[in-house]
Design a protein around this ligand. Structure first.
Ligand code: PXP
Length: 388
């Protein structure tokens, strides 16, 4: 195990440990040090202040500290580079100030600590500082280009239809919106054909089936009338969601565990037509296992509670549930998407999660499009996904 990660952050940690470990392993590889061990310790500000005071006589927390391994104080079959200690509290504060995702900032801190372990020290001289920065940039570039995944962005165009239905005429047309979203970089179009037809109409999905160039994801309730339409239409995938007539928008995940027989049957009918099925679920282990049992191809993890959180602590807690659910679903052999309530502030963190393939975003993009235009609104969200 070349990277020994110890998470000593008290309480719920907003870090996805497996993602960070993988980044550290890639860094060892990039530096041709895969035969070395690296120890990574995550702490809070209190513990960091204590370490900083004890070893550097500085009585304050800091973001990252490195401790190279002395030759004689470790007996291991593998050589060890040393320890990198990161304060999650400081990292999170700095990430927010810089407007980047926590994982992105953790990567920057990890690389900084790692380059110290290689013997560089920016406090030595201006020249050393310059060399160190150049090496850090080099590794950051390698890590960015070696990323095994970039989360994809699917745009939900329901709200364009909502605006049209407000007047009951023909504009704005969600078909045009879908084309603009694709041209701006979306790799999927999502539409929810509700039983009450409050926004998307049958005509819309029929035309979109013919015009969408990327992937058409039909969101729907497991209701006979809509199932028949889906089987006839043949979208690239369907996402089954719970649907209540009184709700403003989808309010929560499907209770898959409570309706396994019904969902198994719907999924089998879709599969017979080569239509993969996704189940929109809360980040809950019971629902993930049920989704696997009924034969779903994807789950879409409901991010609504994370998006609606009213405090940082609540947001962190909900984020952790999403991170853990994504990993569990992936381990169970499911493909993993996420969505609901994601916007220009809260998406980066979800996009940075390693096991999530695609984000489904509608309202925030359409709301921004009113002011900046749909093309720009989609491009800005694509950038968030790309650089998360
Ligand atoms: N995913 C699902 C299953 C949804 O029902 C919705 C809302 O239609 C979304 C994603 C997109 O949510 P939002 O419009 O809040 O981005």
């Amino acid at each position: 195990m070349p990277v020994l990660l110890s998470n000593k952050y008290p309480g719920p940690s907003p870090v996805c440990p497996s993602h960070l470990r993988r980044t550290a392993e890639q860094l060892l590889e990039a530096a041709r040090r895969s035969d070395h061990e690296l120890s990574l310790l995550l702490v809070d500000d209190r513990a960091m202040q204590e370490i900083n005071r004890q070893w550097r006589h500085k009585d304050k927390p800091t973001n990252v500290l490195s401790f190279p391994q002395a030759d004689d104080d470790y007996i291991s079959p593998q050589p060890c580079l040393g320890d990198i200690v990161i304060s999650v509290d400081t990292a999170r504060r700095q990430a927010r100030q810089r407007g980047i995702s926590l994982h992105h900032h953790l990567t920057i801190l990890l690389v900084h600590g790692f380059v110290h372990l290689l013997g560089y020290d920016h406090e030595g001289s201006a020249r050393q500082a310059e060399e160190m920065t150049a090496l850090e940039d080099h590794y950051l570039h390698i890590l960015a280009t070696r990323r095994t995944k970039m989360v994809k962005l699917a745009i939900n165009v329901d709200h364009v239809a909502t605006l049209r239905q407000a007047r009951g005429n023909t504009e704005p047309d969600p078909v045009t919106a879908a084309a603009i979203a694709e041209l701006a970089g979306a790799v999927g179009i999502v539409v929810h054909l509700r039983e009450d037809r409050r926004h998307m109409q049958d005509r819309d999905v029929e035309i979109l089936r013919k015009t969408v160039q990327t992937k058409l994801n039909l969101e729907m309730a497991a209701a006979e009338e809509i199932i028949a339409i889906a089987l006839d239409l043949g979208p690239d995938m369907v996402t089954l969601v719970p649907e209540k007539r009184q709700e403003l928008t989808t309010e929560g995940g499907l209770d898959v565990a409570a309706q396994k027989e019904k969902l198994r049957d719907v999924i089998a009918r879709m599969t017979a037509k080569n239509i993969p099925t996704s189940l929109f679920i809360d980040p809950d282990s019971k629902q993930i296992q049920a989704a696997r049992e009924v034969g779903a191809t994807f789950v879409e993890i409901h991010t609504g509670r994370y998006a609606d959180a009213t405090s940082e602590a609540e947001e962190d807690q909900e984020f952790m549930l999403i991170a853990a659910a994504a990993e569990e679903a992936y381990e169970a052999g499911l493909r993993v998407n996420a969505g609901h309530g994601l916007n220009y502030v809260n998406s980066a963190r979800v996009a940075a999660l390693p096991f999530i393939e695609e984000l489904s975003i509608g309202h925030a993009v359409m709301a921004r499009a009113i002011f900046v235009g749909l093309d720009q609104a989609v491009r800005e969200m694509v950038d968030i996904c790309r650089f998360a």
